[in-house]
Structures are given as C-alpha cells and as structure tokens.
Design a protein around this ligand. Structure first.
Ligand code: SF4
Length: 458
C-alpha cells in the first residue's frame, strides 16, 4: 500500500540513551558494542589481544567534545546506551589509565591504551561523514577482524557491507511521501497517529505499544525535571552555566503575578533537556540528542497549559505517534544528521515533528498536521551546524528553546487554516535534502565554520 515505506518505529526514532549526541555518542557506542558482539558470535573473542578504532570525518573532528571515545570504550565493554548509567560512560576514555584492562564484550580482558583510538578528521569516507573503523588483533598483531561503521544520525548505525534494509520490518501501511500519507489517511479514515499505530501494532500488542510510548514520555519528562533542578557549569572548556534551574526558580517566584507566561516555561523545558544532554545525562533522542529538547518541551507545554483532560497520556501517545510518522519522512527522504545535512536536519526535523504532534493533539486534521510540519521545516532551511568547541552547547541548547516556540507558532498558524497551503511538506523535505548536499562541510558538525570559529574559546 503506497510504495516503499519510510516508516521507522517510534521505539527506534525515540530511543532512551545518553548525551551529548545521538550520532557522536549513542551511535558509536552501539557500533562498538556490535563489533564486540560479532567477535563473540564469530568465535574469535578469546583470541583478541588488542582492539583499536579510527574516527573519521565529523567523528574525528568533534568526537572528543561529544564524548565519542568514551562511548566507544563503553560499547566495547558491552554497555548499552539504553540501560547504562550515564556516569559510567563519562570519562571512560578521557580518564582511562593506560595499562588498565578493558573487558571486551564484558567478559574478555584485553590491553588498551588511549592511543588505541585515533582521529582522522580530514578523511571523509564515502558512506557517511560520521565513520569509524574498529579492528581486533591477536597477540602476534595479526588482524582478526575489522569493520567500518557509519553513525547515520539519531543513534542509528550502518555497518559497511551490510544490506541497510536486511532487518527492516515490513509494515502493513507503507508510504514514502507526506502526500501518500495524507491519501492513505483519507482512504482509511485514520489520523496520522492512527496510521502509525497500525504499523506499531503489527510488531507489538496495543498494550505493549501504549506501555512503551508511556515509558518514552516518562523518560522525556523526567529529563525535563532533572534539568529544571540542576545548577552549576556544564562539562567542557566553555564553562557554560546551566540556566534552566535558575529560570524555573524565577518563574515559580512569579506564579500568580501574570508575568510567568506559558511561553517562558516552554523555552525553559527545552533548555532543561539540552542542558541534561550536554552534561551527558539520560536523554531520549527526538529524533537526535542535539535536538532532543524541542519535542518534550512542546509536549509538556501542551500537557501543562493546553490539555484539559485529567490524564494526558492518551494525547501524549497521539503526539508521539504523529511525530514518528513525520520524522520517518525526514529520515527516509532527507536526513536527521547534522553531519550530513546541517542543523536544519536535526533541529528543523525536530521542530516539524513537534509542530505536527501539537497540531494533532489540538484537534488538527491530517492536512493541518502536514501544514504545521511544513511551516516548521520551511523556516529552518539552510540552518548550519557549527557547535562551538565541538560541544553540543552553543548554539544548540538555546536553539532548542527557539525551535520549541517556532513549533507552537507553526501549529497555531496551521490550526487557523483549513490545511491547504502553497508549499507541500514533500517539497520542503526535498529542499532540505538538496540544501544539505550544497552546504559546505564547514557547517556540518565539523566545527570548522560559523560560530565555532568566530567565538573565542576561553
Ligand atoms: S548546531 Fe544543531 S545539528 Fe549541530 S550539534 Fe548543535 S543541535 Fe546538533
């Protein structure tokens, strides 16, 4: 039905992991863990004496600021982003004492030194700008295994030589464009969330889908609360001070005075998530870590200031499923990776997903949902990725707050119309893809241009 599918499960698009980056932390950790798993499955684990890793392109350029080597060492030791205590990842490599033993795959001791991870920022492999090659050798130095992985955004990975679609689930409702999605919604008499739900329920029972969506929301809102109650400086050279906790105190102090507006809370929720992310905390990719604050902030804004139901959970499920159906289009037809498409691919996609989700829970039609997503994405086209110091802090944290307010504006504009509009979401997605190709690599998570070179690090 509807051609090759774009659909990506909500439980892949929104994965509970660790900060500060889905492509530079979560993806590499998954890749390293997969490599170690494959050594074990292939029967060579016991013969391995040394492992090494080369980080290419964007991973090589900004990997240290993103905690990439720490994540790789954690992954080699069989730690998973979904379940690991974030504190167990931080400084795993940067604080490594040479001579310590690494428990490869969690069970096999090998010698490891920090120089076993090397950086080649000016080498870009053809598969993707975020590339890494892991190698294992025996005691005589003979190569036992070597695999190149690409971290393709949002924590997703691809191993070179592997069929990218080999493990794809065949969903009952298939679409590759927003246009087809809207046609299907009309033919089936379903909302966009309803279509996503049918796809999810082809893999899990309704109760499991609901429980897992609730768990995602619980992790998202828990991340907001953690950020709202944290103070101090974020890790890294920039010495950026956390703001969400201080603003929360101000807003609580202004309660009842009419000066603390819902929009103030909206931005503060986003700051809270991205400050947690920057500190390497527990974060849900939405669809990436760098853009992880937008969707939770907009959803919590809806739950606290718009929703009049006693229990917002049903609406939250609709919000997440709508955002999933939309986010799948960005991933399939353009990119959700800052290293591939610039910040338009991360923050722009997240903003569009949040705008569509909010429109849906505010009673919008599928056409209005598509319109809201289109408005949100259209006004992020060309947005560059230029994190200062290679850290997901400036401009990333504040940018999430701004994009959250853009998502609300886009939803409100769309809800005031009838869903008809001039530029289609499909056109904007294709424009984002083309703009990403045209964008200089300086602006694609390499910290070689923009704010990253104009802001003097102290
Ligand atoms: S500038 Fe945007 S894409 Fe780049 S790291 Fe920050 S949030 Fe991610």
């Amino acid at each position: 039905m509807g051609g090759v599918t774009a659909y990506v499960s909500a439980f892949e698009l929104f994965s509970i992991g660790v900060g500060p980056s889905s492509s530079h932390t979560v993806g590499p950790m998954r890749a390293a863990r997969d490599f170690a798993d494959r050594l074990r499955a292939g029967g060579t684990l016991e013969r391995v004496a040394r492992v090494s890793c080369v980080l290419y392109g964007s991973l090589g350029a900004t990997g240290i600021g993103h905690g990439t080597p720490d994540a790789i060492v954690a992954g080699l030791a069989d730690l998973a982003p979904e379940t690991v205590d974030p504190a167990a990842v931080r400084e795993r490599w940067s604080g490594w004492q040479d001579g310590d033993t690494l428990e490869l795959a969690g069970s096999h001791p090998v010698m490891f030194v920090r120089k076993d991870i090397t950086f080649e920022p000016f080498t870009r492999l053809p598969g993707h700008p975020n590339a890494m090659t892991l190698s294992a050798r025996d005691a005589a130095g003979a190569l036992l295994a070597s695999d190149t992985y690409y971290s393709i955004g949002g924590g997703f990975i691809r191993r070179e030589g592997e069929d990218a679609h080999a493990h794809d689930h065949v969903y009952p409702i298939q679409y590759r464009s927003a246009d087809t999605l809207l046609t299907l919604a009309g033919e089936l008499g379903l909302s966009i969330a309803g279509i996503a739900r049918l796809n999810e329920e082809s893999r899990r029972s309704r109760a499991e889908v609901d429980a897992q969506l609730d768990a995602i929301w619980s992790a998202m809102t828990g991340c907001i609360d953690a950020g709202l109650h944290a103070t101090g400086l974020l890790p890294g050279l920039l010495q950026v001070r956390r703001r969400a906790g201080a603003i929360r105190e101000q807003l609580e102090g202004e309660a009842g005075t009419g000066t603390a507006l819902p929009g103030d809370w909206l931005g503060t929720f986003a700051l809270a998530v991205n400050e947690e992310n920057a500190s390497g905390g527990r974060v849900v990719t939405a669809p990436t870590n760098g853009a992880a604050g937008i969707l939770p902030a907009v959803a919590r804004y809806w739950a606290e200031f718009v929703c009049d139901a006693d229990d917002p959970r049903e609406g939250m499920r609709e919000f997440l499923l709508t955002a999933t159906a939309l986010g799948s289009l960005f991933k399939a037809n353009a990119s959700i990776s800052g290293a591939e498409g610039g910040c338009q691919a991360e923050v722009g996609s997240a903003c569009a997903m949040a705008a569509g989700g909010l429109t849906a829970v505010m009673g919008g039609t599928p056409q209005q949902v598509e319109n809201a997503a289109e408005i949100a994405m259209e006004h992020h086209l060309g947005l560059t990725c230029d994190p200062v110091g290679g850290l997901v802090q400036i401009p990333c944290i504040e940018r999430n707050a701004i994009a959250a307010s853009t998502a609300v504006t886009a939803a409100r504009l769309a809800l005031r119309g009838d869903g008809s509009h001039y530029v289609s979401l499909d056109t904007v997605v294709e424009t984002m893809r083309q703009t990403g190709i045209d964008m200089s690599t300086k602006y694609k998570e390499t910290s070689e241009g923009g704010l990253a070179v104009n802001v003097v690090e102290c």
